[in-house]
Design a protein around this ligand. Structure first.
Ligand code: ATP
Length: 604
């Protein structure tokens, strides 16, 4: 290109006064000090080889937008943060090609000042969205790139033989998360529960957790903390006459992935009596082991969609039942293939022994390890409502004995899961089934747990029986973590780009700001308006909307990274084309958004 076609910009003469670009250009008053050749050297029109020839935005075809050399800022890390505070000292050249005026900024400072430094990628959560004041943490060239696909070690993920498909397949992750979110975000109609108090100490929006009619001793609720809005699971012990022991304080210290954490406890008269309330982490979409594997709603169905075995007598566990029913329940489970794969049983047992180990090491005992008090979501098992027994029975001091009972309870639970029935009174028939269906290790583990010998048992003795299956569990969890990380890598950019779209939306076409009706049409905002047109309203030469979502994502990434890549913005009258870097656009965006935010918080 002939450098002589560049004219030095000296406002206001170089620009028609009626042009809206004047407002933008007026912010630069300094006389250009660089020579035209220097200025030209800074321009990198090769990044858009068609830039000069193309006149209409509608003809613009994005090129090289996956090329790293084009999209990375030169050296964002080395850009001094102080340059963010001042408007770049832009020097502008203009050029007329075929009646269309092109404007170029030539000051190198303006190209990279904001590049990546205040990238949304480095912004923290809400703060970033609301205030737009991101941290000045290290810039990230990544911000300007489009993420790559699934790493090769990930896909296609298939379940490994020996691991239950329903446990570790990544496809289940999305539905698991939807299910949890649905439970958390769907508002319950609280008018259904007129008898419940509106507030219980710091908690409100109480929703019963039990589906069946609650009994008179204890009830459970989901509730929201009135300050933080976080969800908690509350266990109310009715007509409480005990005194909280120091064991509850010890339970509060236990933080383990297989134990539902106790956060707090207090007594209250809000329910019309003197109740004790224990406050736990709320885990959405939980199901008890009882519901998931041992019981079901349908009286005649044998298995449900999850493969849960349905015991026709389960609606009333205390109802007398014939011996043949107990035996037949097991036989039916075997016949219809409802027995759990051994890998699933070991996974449950590894997690439950991990929980017991933590509890016993802390000098506590679970005292209520039964299938209605162990909950699952996803493939995670957690012991629920820990500490309730200690709150109820304050004078039981024999922890060692209670720990032995925990082990027996674990044995009963393992046997019930293996036979898929809670009716395991006929021990020899049950053990026979276990011996025929599962490995000797599983049988030995159950026998050890159920042994009535006087020798003291310990949860750590179970380790040799679990043996190498422990590694299978670790491997499965690592695969699951890989799948989560991969999902995260895909989704992480959505939030980043959404923040930019929010900012653009807040600024573009704003009817007025601070009594200025032309605010969104002038100054920095005019550039953003043209950018918005370029992004969303480009048309093909024959006037059809030109839509390319990859290009949209590319441009938004460039904007977020504040790169030195340039973009042609055409005025709506097609008389002027502004050639600007994403760094400048980003600066405009931050400035304008800050103005709106300041107006929002300043008193009327
Ligand atoms: N921390 C928790 N977060 C979310 N849900 C939970 C939590 N703990 C338990 N749940 C769920 O709450 C529901 C009710 O539990 P609860 O133990 O009260 O059941 P229950 O069978 O009515 O027992 P009980 O008769 O002893 O009250 C269960 O479906 C369980 O999955």
């Amino acid at each position: 290109m002939d450098p002589s076609i560049f004219l030095q910009y000296s406002p206001p003469n170089g620009l028609p006064q009626e042009s809206k670009l004047v407002t933008y250009m007026n912010r630069s008053t300094s006389t250009p000090s660089r020579t035209l050749n220097q200025a030209l050297g800074k321009l990198n029109l090769e990044s858009s080889p068609t830039a000069i020839k193309k006149v209409f935005i509608s003809e613009f075809v994005p090129l090289n937008y996956f090329s790293h050399t084009n999209i990375l800022p030169d050296s964002p890390e080395s850009s001094p943060p102080s340059t963010l505070a001042s408007i770049p000292n832009t020097q502008v050249h203009q050029e007329n090609v075929g009646g269309t005026t092109y404007f170029y900024s030539t000051n190198s400072d303006s190209l990279n000042t904001t590049g990546g430094l205040n990238s949304s990628a480095s912004m923290g959560g809400n703060d970033a969205c609301m205030g737009g004041h991101g941290s000045n943490a290290g810039s990230s060239p990544y911000a300007s790139q489009i993420y790559t696909g699934t790493p090769t070690h990930m896909g296609p993920m298939s379940s490994k033989p020996g691991l239950a498909a329903s446990f570790y397949m990544p496809e289940t992750i999305r539905s698991e998360i939807y299910q949890r979110n649905e439970e958390v975000f769907l508002q319950t109609d609280l008018r259904q529960y007129p008898d419940l108090p509106e507030n219980v100490e710091m908690y409100s929006e109480l929703t019963p957790l039990e589906s069946a009619a609650p009994h008179s001793m204890a009830t459970s609720f989901r509730a929201a903390h009135r300050h933080s809005g976080d969800q908690y699971a509350l266990r109310r012990l009715h007509s409480y006459s005990g005194v909280a022991t120091k064991r509850l304080e010890m339970w509060k210290q236990i933080d383990h992935p297989n134990i539902v954490r106790l956060h707090d406890y207090f007594t209250t008269n809000s329910f019309g009596d003197h109740s004790m309330v224990l406050v736990y982490d709320y885990h959405p979409a939980c199901e008890t082991l009882m519901n998931k594997y041992l019981a079901g709603g349908g009286s005649n169905s044998v298995t449900d969609a999850n493969g849960a075995f349905h015991d026709p007598f389960s609606s009333d566990p205390d109802a007398p039942r014939p011996y043949t029913h107990q035996k037949n329940a097991m036989l039916r489970a075997v016949a219809c293939g409802a027995l759990l794969p051994e890998a699933v049983l070991w996974s449950l047992l590894v997690q439950l022994t991990a929980a017991l180990r933590a509890i016993h090491t802390a000098g506590l005992a679970c005292r209520a390890l039964d299938p209605t008090k162990v909950v699952m979501n996803g493939c995670r098992v957690r012991v629920a409502w820990c500490g309730v027994a200690d709150a109820l029975h304050t004078n039981t001091n024999d922890v060692a004995q209670a720990q032995q009972e925990d082990l027996t309870a674990l044995g009963r639970l393992a046997l019930a899961l293996a036979c898929r029935t809670i009716h395991c009174d006929n021990l020899s028939a049950c053990m026979d089934l276990v011996a025929r269906t599962y490995s000797a290790d599983l049988k030995n583990l159950i026998l050890y747990l159920l042994s009535t010998s006087t020798a003291r048992r310990s949860v750590t003795d179970l380790m040799p029986m679990i043996g190498a299956r422990f590694y299978t569990q670790v491997e499965a969890l690592e695969r699951r973590a890989d799948a989560f990380e991969d999902q995260l890598a895909h989704e992480i950019d959505n939030g980043r780009l959404l923040r930019i779209l929010i900012k653009l939306g807040v600024i573009n076409e704003r009817p007025e700001l601070n009594m200025d009706a032309s605010w969104s049409e002038t100054g920095d905002r005019y550039m953003l308006k043209l950018f918005r047109d370029y992004l969303f309203h480009s048309v093909s030469p024959d006037g059809r909307p030109w839509l390319d979502q990859a290009h949209l994502a590319y441009c938004l990434n460039q904007l977020d990274g504040g790169t030195s890549a340039r973009v042609e913005l055409m005025s709506r009258d097609e008389q002027s084309v502004l050639v600007v870097s994403y760094a400048e656009l980003k600066h405009c965006l931050e400035q304008a958004f800050d103005e709106v935010m300041q107006a929002a918080v300043s008193p009327p």
